[in-house]
Design a protein around this ligand. Structure first.
Ligand code: GUN
Length: 282
């Protein structure tokens, strides 16, 4: 079984990005700038944001985190986003999700100018991805895609099954795999007989948030399994895949932690650099 080492892949991607930032610095006398907005005190969000900032700095980006209390009003955040949209030293804006209930997620996402939308959540970027035009691609599915390509460069004709239909993962993942000529199935909580769907698949992307959902007898021999889940349990963090069981069957599998997670953050840095380049050439 191939253990897909996301930590190692993210490390080499960051190294490549660091070189690219050095080149950009020479060319433009400027480096990409990422601003993350964090609202409230949710522990997982604080950890993600800290890791994002650390990676951005390591690669040589200008990086800034703007923190607001849980009860900040929506207008304040929208005004800040509009200022960042206009700010020439900022190439990427990310508002960490989830948001407090009184803040309208759609309004926040729609206010970020698409060229600085490093998450790829703005409807313009979603539309561009689904129609095959250049766009920011959401960081988690992009990370999954790069790991997948590493173990299987030719995805054409493969049966890919996605568990979960979120805007963050499942839907953009489907677009990326379609572009690679996979035959894509998206499953979700209402899917009947998920096990038999999984048994048909050459590739499984599990992004549903149910601990150890995918069992050893759900996957066929030689399948490639990408585990996006990060579930907190009594026994620590586990993925959506039963690692013990599936590792005995699959051809390749990502661990949790150390699989998709580190790649997601490296892809955010990549997206920030790509936004910078699009801004410079626009
Ligand atoms: N919260 C969890 N994952 C993400 C992500 O990819 N982007 C943002 N903005 N928030 C998140």
């Amino acid at each position: 079984m191939i253990l897909i080492d996301g930590k190692k892949e993210a490390g080499s991607l960051r190294l490549k990005l660091k070189e690219e930032v050095n080149e950009l610095k020479k060319k433009f006398n400027d480096v990409p700038g990422l601003t993350v907005i964090l609202i409230g005190e949710l522990a997982p969000s604080q950890i993600y944001v800290r890791n994002k900032e650390k990676s951005a700095k390591e690669v040589g980006l200008n990086s800034d985190v703007i923190k607001y209390p849980e009860d900040v009003d929506e207008k304040t955040v929208l005004k800040k986003i509009k200022d960042l949209n206009e700010n020439k030293s900022i190439s990427g804006i990310l508002v960490q999700l989830p948001l407090p209930k009184h803040i309208d997620k759609k309004k926040i996402i729609d206010t970020i100018i698409p060229i600085k939308d490093v998450d790829g959540f703005h409807p313009v970027n979603v539309g561009n991805l689904s129609t095959g035009y250049e766009s920011s691609i959401p960081c988690t599915p992009l990370g999954c895609y790069l790991l997948l390509k590493k173990v299987e460069p030719n995805l054409s004709g493969k049966k890919a099954l996605i568990i979960g239909r979120s805007n963050l993962n499942g839907k953009p993942m489907a677009q990326l795999l379609l572009k690679e000529n996979c035959t894509v199935t998206i499953t979700h909580s209402k899917t009947k007989n998920l096990k038999s769907e999984c048994l048909e698949a050459d590739i499984i992307i599990a992004a549903v948030g149910i601990p150890k959902l995918v069992k050893g007898d759900w996957v066929k021999k030689d399948s490639i399994v990408i585990d996006v889940g990060i579930n907190k349990t009594d026994k620590g963090i586990v993925g959506d895949v039963d690692f013990e069981e599936v590792s005995k069957k699959a051809k390749a599998l990502t661990p949790v932690p150390g699989g998709v997670g580190p790649m997601t953050i490296a892809c955010l840095i990549k997206n920030t650099i790509d936004c910078f380049k699009r801004i410079k050439s626009s």
